[in-house]
Design a protein around this ligand. Structure first.
Ligand code: NZQ
Ligand code: ZN
Length: 404
């Protein structure tokens, strides 16, 4: 790396970029912490009327809902279950109607990224008078201006949604998956108890590791910067996930490994890694389309796209791929060799976690899919993506075609 030698990297500043950060979410980390729940909820729920939102059967099955009901016996709980993976707009609208009818003053999300994201949407839609889908479409003038307060009890370490203000909402009848967010949508508090990992199926543990890994890569594999701290923090998360990922998969009740997975996942997307550095979220943007079209799990879409995107952007990202290869994977060789091997190591890591890395491993894709995604991006004006705005529509099409 030539940091200090030049102020520019291929015409891009290497200096630490200006940034502003606030993250108001209180994290309560560790086991046996639920005694804290009534006090934290009381702070944001003056009328003690709480919408308890969850997904399918898992939170009930692991006894978590029973424990929450017991702790919150002094509250009026209105339950809303059934928020599905990749939360559906139509389901969430029912939750909004229930919350309004019962006049709740807070929502408690119990689940993974899907339940938490769904709750974020519901808190904003609660006060919105028009069609909230317009907000997700980012129609001019359509924004959530107010939101109910909410807290979360995380059951799946993966997305970081428990400590950020973003959400992704699906509308399967339109094959759409759209993102929203903003300062209103930080949870007031989040309980992170690593013992929940013990109940997770292997598939979800592997998904969580890969989602956190790719969140980190997207804030790191760009171009070199003078923000040495953030770069090393990204490397620390990647190295930790490589170390503990296979251990958690092998033994999900290994608290030592599970607690590290949970904290890595939160730190990968709580806003810290992006401070002062460029980011490239194109893997996520393309990946969301694969979920929208084929229902492939979110993390798996990232494992499919990230290696192909790095190959497509090889020259632009080479310096960081080399840094990543040397520091995280301890590779030797000339720059081209190390950068190439770093991509191979990444893909092998996903495969080691039993996550296949091609679309055709999951479904029989339309030969037109690459073109269709390109056209969607064109309609949305997403014509120049990545840290250098160098991922053009033609690249999106090539990346998806190579991923088939
Ligand atoms: O529905 P239940 O029965 O709860 O089962 C869930 C679900 O089927 C199950 N599960 C969760 N905790 C469990 C458990 N099963 C057993 N034991 C437990 N303790 O796991 C399945 C998947 O859950 P889900 O919440 O969908 O997974 P994840 O946390 O990976 O969330 C994925 C969603 O988050 C979005 C994704 O696009 C996707 O819609 N993302 C949100 C982000 C954000 N808000 O910052 C960023 C991410 O990049 C991502 O886009
Ligand atoms: Zn993700």
């Amino acid at each position: 790396m030539n940091l200090g030698l030049l102020d520019y990297c291929f015409g891009y500043f290497c200096v630490m970029l200006n940034f502003e950060i606030i993250n108001p979410t209180r994290i309560v980390f560790g086991k046996d912490q639920l005694d804290r729940l009534p006090a934290l909820l009381s702070e944001i729920s003056p009328n003690k009327k709480v919408l308890l939102a969850y997904g399918g059967k898992s939170a009930e099955r692991i006894g978590l809902l029973a424990r929450i009901r017991e702790k919150l016996s002094a509250f009026k709980l209105i339950e809303f279950g059934g928020i599905e993976a990749n939360p559906e707009f139509s389901t969430l609208i029912k939750g909004v109607e229930l919350a309004r009818e019962k006049n709740v003053d807070v929502i408690l999300a119990v689940g993974g990224g899907s339940v938490i994201d769904g709750v974020k949407f519901m808190t904003g839609a609660y006060f919105y008078e028009g069609d909230p889908w317009d907000v997700l479409l980012r129609k001019e003038g359509c924004i959530f201006e107010n939101a109910l307060p909410f807290g979360t009890i995380l059951t799946l370490p993966a997305t970081g949604s428990e400590a950020n203000s973003g959400a992704v909402i699906s509308r399967s009848e339109l094959k759409e998956k759209r993102a929203m967010g903003g300062p209103l949508f930080f949870p007031k508090f989040s309980f992170l108890d690593p013992t929940v990992v013990a109940s997770l199926p292997e598939r979800q543990i592997a998904n969580g590791i890969v989602d956190a890994f790719v969140h980190t890569l997207e804030q790191y594999v760009t171009y070199p910067t003078d923000n040495f701290l953030q770069e090393r923090q990204a490397e620390a998360i990647l190295s930790t996930l490589i170390e503990i990922g296979p251990k958690v998969l092998h033994d999900p009740s290994d608290y030592r490994a599970a607690s590290n997975l949970m904290w890595c996942a939160t730190n990968a997307l709580n806003g810290n890694l992006r401070c002062g550095v460029p980011t490239d979220w194109a893997t996520h943007m393309i990946g969301h389309e694969l979920t929208a079209f084929y229902g492939i799990d979110h993390a798996r879409t990232l494992a499919i796209i990230a290696p192909r995107l790095f190959e497509n952007q090889f020259e632009n990202k080479k310096q960081k791929l080399v840094q990543y290869g040397k520091r995280v994977w301890e590779l030797d060789g000339n720059d081209d060799e190390v950068a190439k091997a770093a991509i191979e190591k990444t893909e092998q890591f996903f495969q080691l976690l039993e996550i296949p890395t091609h679309i055709s491993d999951y479904t029989d894709p339309s030969p037109e899919i690459a073109k269709i995604i390109r056209e969607r991006f064109e309609e949305r004006g997403w014509t120049e993506m990545g840290e250098r705005k160098a991922i053009l529509l033609s690249d999106v099409e090539s990346i998806v075609a190579a991923a088939i």
